[in-house]
Design a protein around this ligand. Structure first.
Ligand SMILES: C[S@@+](CC[C@H](N)C(=O)[O-])C[C@H]1O[C@@H](n2cnc3c(N)ncnc32)[C@H](O)[C@@H]1O
Length: 159
């Protein structure tokens, strides 16, 4: 399985980078996984609704230009579907069974994902009603992908 995580904005915090690198290393035993970081648009504090939409639109175009038609896209969104770790594991297992080998997870920038990205997405994933910073979201996501593979292989992992 080829998993790509598209993420808007730079990863700046060293402690998060170390955590993400650790899970990426562990994941090499299960899948080909890479993170593609795409530049964010400057978003000053005071923006009109139209300006916010334009920013999301531009960031969304950057994401969509990198995604091939045969990719199964899962958008991370607060208002997305909440799933257990076992459900995510089952989703990945089913995708592999049905021959879907290219999976993309998409993490938005400070304003979230554009409507075009949401439309292109085959599924959505919410990690709760809380808002997480995109950098931390990456770490949580790679841990959950790792957990999913461990569950699917029946391998022990701390509960
Ligand atoms: C700082 S958040 C954006 C917040 C923005 N106001 C919104 O409503 O989407 C940056 C990105 O992290 C991801 N994210 C943050 N919290 C999340 C959550 N609880 N569940 C799923 N994704 C989340 C989403 O992809 C979001 O676009």
């Amino acid at each position: 399985m080829n998993i790509t995580i598209f993420s808007i904005g730079k990863l700046k915090e060293k402690y998060l980078k170390q955590g993400i690198d650790e899970y990426l290393k562990r994941l090499t035993a299960y899948a080909k996984i890479e993170i593609i970081e795409l530049p964010d648009e400057k978003a000053p504090e005071t923006l009109s609704d139209i300006e916010m939409e334009q920013i999301k639109q531009k960031e969304g175009e950057r994401i969509l230009s990198k995604i091939s038609d045969d990719t199964h896209v899962i958008a991370l969104a607060i208002e997305g579907k909440m799933k257990s770790s076992e459900q995510l594991a089952d989703d990945l297992d089913k995708l592999a069974t049905y021959g879907k080998s290219k999976i993309a997870f998409v993490i938005g920038g400070s304003l979230g994902l554009s409507s075009d990205v949401m439309k292109r997405s085959n599924d959505t994933l919410s990690f709760s009603k809380m808002t997480f910073p995109h950098q931390l979201m990456r770490l949580i996501l790679v841990e959950q992908i790792y957990r999913a593979f461990r569950i699917n292989r029946g391998e022990p992992y701390h509960k």
